[in-house]
Design a protein around this ligand. Structure first.
Ligand code: MLC
Ligand code: AMP
Length: 506
């Protein structure tokens, strides 16, 4: 949504208005290091000076595929300060996937892991990305060398609410990923709402175990911390042992449902280690009511479930004070208009299932270079059509009950079956395929490919299908199993019956 530009607005500058004294601790890492708010200011200034020194301009894309580290956070903050567009990339993406992203985003700079430098330098040559620097998990690499001589002072570039702060890709029902343009205004609006709604203060310590290449870990978690001036217990990845050790020093945790089911699977997890915790938040995928109840029984805490999307940030949330209801995502957040509509666009009565639509300052500016797709996904009165199906009960609690888009969420990561089907169908010896999600105790949903082989062709095995996919796409998108069948079930119109396949393989 395009907001009126009523003056300068920069996400970093807004964060920094809430920073406590420079010597206040911002990050405590799993290796025992501590970084202060002063470090964040100085190091992000070096990044901003470096980006300007490279000759990059406001609006240029800075693509980043690195392991989670404090230096990765400075890179994000420095990019915002410099007025450039932060383009985070999942570390699991293969070269083929990166080629698409760098080309589509027309990136000016790629920062990658030291280990990938050689291959990605060649790729940058192919796609025309002019600059490449490296950043290893421990902070070493050509980027840190280049940053050393830079000044630790930098005045944030003048940006306005509608200027793009980040470009985050999500795949889609056509199989081709699309860039989601998030503006400074979108990210400021959502983070400030969440800080208030979830009661963040400087006294909090947020247990941050999420990756920082997605909206959840990057804008929701980091946004709440920086806009309240609190501390973060910073884990480089979600490892259940480190989470157990960190809980006694934390007050808030955010995670996808898998984070909570993995905690419940640990016999050592219990109420005592949660004594200092005030809030557990879950999102990015449905939290099963059984998980909600088991967690309450073990820890004494009711998990607060919220609902959002990359395109919109957070839209609804269960309350901080008041009943958190299992199986629901609570109420619309302040400043977010939510409505549930029938196919003809009329509002649904309470209890009826319809398409969930949202409008507000949190809603993205549009899809990168795809004005037609952007127009298609908005109603004439400015509501974004989420593709989620929902209902609202008589007391206002909203439940997400399904999706009109064909999408699987595995461990909080979205996978669009069409993308995988197109790749499987291109393997020699394969006639066609259908990719589905089936219930999985760990990931919520697990990917299964149902495959029909070509008659008379050399026989392709399930293992060969998996191997062929591994070379081309991120591991989390590779189906956990491949079922070879004679034919796919179809209805009278010739459409593959995925519900039938799900029932068969669940
Ligand atoms: C890893 N693997 C997965 C997977 N993650 N498979 C399916 N689904 C996943 N989510 C596979 C790898 O390919 C590998 O397979 C094997 O599991 C081990 O990899 P790993 O990296 O060691 O796994 P692990 O550390 O256990 O990671 C699982 C996880 C992680 C759940 C901790 O995926 C995670 O942190 N998920 C959170 C994602 C997130 O931040 N989502 C928010 C999106 S924003 P192999 O076969 O190669 O060995 C959003 C908006 C909103 O949705 O509302 O928030
Ligand atoms: P992403 O594209 O990664 O931003 O994922 C957004 C999608 O995740 C939404 O459209 C929903 O389908 C799903 N989602 C996020 N939070 C929840 C939740 N609490 N319950 C159910 N689905 C959710």
């Amino acid at each position: 949504m395009i907001m009126p530009d009523s003056g300068p607005l920069n996400l970093y500058s807004t964060y920094s208005e809430h920073f406590p004294s420079p010597d206040s601790v911002l990050l405590e890492t799993d290796t025992g290091e501590r970084f202060t708010y002063g470090d964040a200011e100085r190091e992000s200034a070096r990044v901003a000076n470096f980006l300007h020194g490279l000759g990059l301009h406001k609006g240029d894309r800075v693509s980043v595929q690195v392991e989670k580290s404090p230096q990765g956070l400075w890179l994000f903050l420095g990019t915002l300060r410099a007025g450039m567009v932060f383009h985070p990339l999942n570390t699991a993406y293969t070269q083929e996937e990166l080629q698409f992203f760098l080309t589509d985003a027309c990136s000016s700079l790629l920062v990658c892991d030291t280990a990938n430098e050689v291959q990605l330098r060649t790729l940058c040559g192919v796609v025309g990305t002019p600059h490449l620097y490296t950043l290893g998990a421990q902070g070493a690499g050509t980027l840190s060398q280049a940053l050393k001589p830079r000044s630790t002072d930098f005045a944030a570039v003048d940006t306005v609410a509608s200027d793009i702060a980040a470009l985050v890709y999500s795949s889609g029902t056509t199989g081709t990923p699309k860039g989601i343009m998030l503006s400074h205004g979108n990210l400021v609006a959502n983070a400030s709402t969440l800080v208030d709604y979830w009661g963040f203060t400087q006294d909090d310590c947020l247990l941050h175990a999420l990756p920082i290449f997605h909206v959840h870990g990057l804008f929701v978690a980091i946004g709440c911390a920086l806009m309240s001036g609190c501390r973060m217990r910073w884990l480089s990845r979600y490892a259940v042992r480190e989470v157990l050790e960190s809980l006694p020093q934390s007050t808030v945790m955010m995670g996808v449902p898998t984070y909570y089911t993995r905690l419940l699977a640990e016999p050592a997890f219990g109420a005592q280690m949660c004594a200092g915790m005030r809030l557990f938040i879950s999102g990015s995928a449905p939290l099963l009511p059984d998980t909600f109840s088991a967690f309450e029984a073990r820890s004494g805490h009711t998990i607060l479930e919220r609902y959002g999307m990359t395109e919109t940030g957070m839209n609804t949330s269960n309350p901080l004070k008041g009943e958190r209801r299992a199986g629901t995502v609570g109420f619309p957040l302040p400043g977010v208009d939510v409505r549930i509509c029938a196919e003809d666009g009329a509002p649904c009565a309470s209890g009826a299932v319809g398409d969930l639509q949202v409008r507000g300052d949190n809603v993205f500016v549009g899809y990168w270079n795809l004005p037609g797709k952007t127009a298609e996904d908005f109603t004439p009165d400015g509501f974004f059509i989420t593709g989620d199906q929902a209902s609202v009960d008589g007391t206002g609690y909203i439940s997400i009950v399904g999706r009109s888009k064909d999408m699987v969420i595995s461990g909080g990561l979205n996978i669009y079956p069409r993308e995988i089907e197109l790749l499987i169908n291109s393997i020699p010896g394969i006639d066609e395929s259908a990719v589905i999600g089936i219930p999985d105790a760990d990931f919520g949903e697990a990917l299964v490919a149902v495959v029909v082989r070509e008659e008379g062709e050399a026989v392709v095995s399930s293992e060969e299908v998996i191997e062929a996919l591994r070379e081309r796409i991120a591991g989390f998108k590779v189906p956990k199993t491949v079922q070879i069948v004679e034919e796919l079930p179809r209805n009278a119109m010739g459409k593959v019956q995925k519900a039938e396949l799900r029932a068969l393989y669940s």
